[in-house]
Design a protein around this ligand. Structure first.
Ligand code: HEM
Length: 374
């Protein structure tokens, strides 16, 4: 029946049978090339940073040596000062070396100013990094940098560090899991907004209220947290079209479910696209787009496992918070500048063309139009 209603799925099946192998081999080759390029670039940067750090360390050592010489000279001078009965206590702490209060002296030799100057240098030399949000000046490294640093570190045993191939594989997973999913979700949200102009207006009004009317002013983290209508729209879009529509698991032991015995080692696929995401027990009129399903009162009344676009359990999506921020940033940036209108081919939800892979693939024909706002 579904094939009759959505005949392009037949093309998809034929394509899958005959062309997928070649396409997959090409995609793997390209993904590997991207991962290798990232590793090379990060390695170059780290080596450059190490060279710079060595130079900085040498400069710092030189500075400390100079300071010691200065401190020594100062101690000698203080000794002489007290012999000359200079009144150091009268010094103004703002004198910054221009103090004229010291009788018989043109330049400041006071104790407090010298000490301040000295401490300033020490303080400055400690703060070589830029403070992050928590005020911590320690530099932040991404996971590729951390692993390459470990690989380059001769003090870490080789068996405690990821190999080159393992790192390539981690990068591919991160790119694939993070980019393909959010790209698909962003497209679905834009289509939903195009097909539901009243909801689009509601989202736009909220964006204007929270972020202001000037689209050139970038959004902040706190503002993105305030976009409740947009959040509901994204959630409802991910319910109807989850970017990862199938979850896979292998059973660790035999178990019973609904009178069926599932053996140990069986491959289980959970088609979240249909169940639980379109199960009418949880979602009345399940094919309808209705962001209000995610109002707090509705969410509280529902089994939390009925909505699992990011999966659940120990291996759920590690990027879900980042994904929500990315999608809110992307959609709000577009909406502040453009009105989103339906395209020539995609005029109803039923017109959306997709096919299942490990992730959801959107096919040609899912079009929208953008109209600049004045
Ligand atoms: C709309 C956006 C996204 C959706 C719908 C999504 C969904 C999922 C799902 C369903 C899983 C499978 C979990 C399981 O098998 O139980 C997963 C895993 C994963 N996701 Fe996401 N994801 C999204 C964005 C991201 C982003 C932005 C990142 C990283 C920047 C990311 C990184 C990962 C990783 C590394 C895993 C594997 C976790 C593991 O095996 O322990 N995802 N994601």
């Amino acid at each position: 029946m579904r094939l009759l209603k959505q005949p392009w799925l037949l093309n998809a099946i034929l394509f899958k049978v005959f062309a997928n192998k070649k396409r997959e081999a090409n995609a793997s080759r390209q993904a590997r090339a991207v991962a290798e390029a990232i590793i090379t670039r990060v390695k170059d940067k780290l080596l450059q940073d190490n060279i710079k750090r060595e130079v900085i360390t040498r400069r710092e050592e030189h500075k400390v040596r100079q300071e010691n010489v200065y401190r020594e000279a100062l101690t000698n001078r203080e000794g002489k000062s007290s012999q000359n009965n200079l009144n150091l206590d009268t010094c103004n702490e703002n004198c910054l070396g221009n103090c004229t209060k010291l009788e018989g002296k043109d330049t400041c030799q006071c104790k407090c100013n010298s000490r301040n100057y000295h401490e300033n240098i020490l303080e400055h030399s400690k703060n070589t990094g830029n403070p992050n949000e928590t005020g911590n000046t320690a530099p932040l490294y991404n996971f590729v940098e951390v692993i390459i640093q470990d690989q380059l570190n001769p003090n870490i045993p080789k068996h405690d560090v990821l190999t080159h191939d393992e790192l390539v594989s981690e990068i591919i997973v991160m790119l694939f899991a993070g980019m393909d999913t959010t790209k698909t979700a962003n497209v679905i949200v834009l289509i939903m907004l195009a097909l539901h102009p009243t909801i689009q207006q509601e989202v736009f009004n909220e964006i204007q209220t929270v972020m202001g009317t000037d689209p050139t002013v970038a959004s902040t983290y706190n503002q993105l947290q305030e976009l409740h209508v947009l959040t509901r729209v994204i959630k409802e879009s991910l319910r109807l079209f989850p970017s990862a529509p199938l979850l896979g698991r292998t059973t660790a032991e035999e178990f019973q479910i609904d009178g069926h015995t599932i053996p140990k080692g069986a491959a289980i696929w959970v088609p979240i696209f249909s169940s639980p995401h379109r199960d009418p027990n949880y979602w009345p009129n399940p094919d309808r787009f209705d962001p209000d399903r995610f109002l707090p009162s509705e969410t509280e009344a529902r089994n939390p496992n009925a909505y699992i676009p990011f999966s659940i359990g120990a291996r759920n999506c590690i990027g879900q918070k980042y994904a929500m921020l990315q999608m809110k940033t992307m959609i709000s940036t577009i909406l502040r500048r453009y009105r989103i209108l339906p395209g020539e081919q995609c005029k109803r939800i039923e017109d959306i063309r997709w096919e299942f892979h490990l992730t959801m693939k959107l096919l040609d024909g899912n079009d929208i139009r953008l109209e600049p706002r004045e």
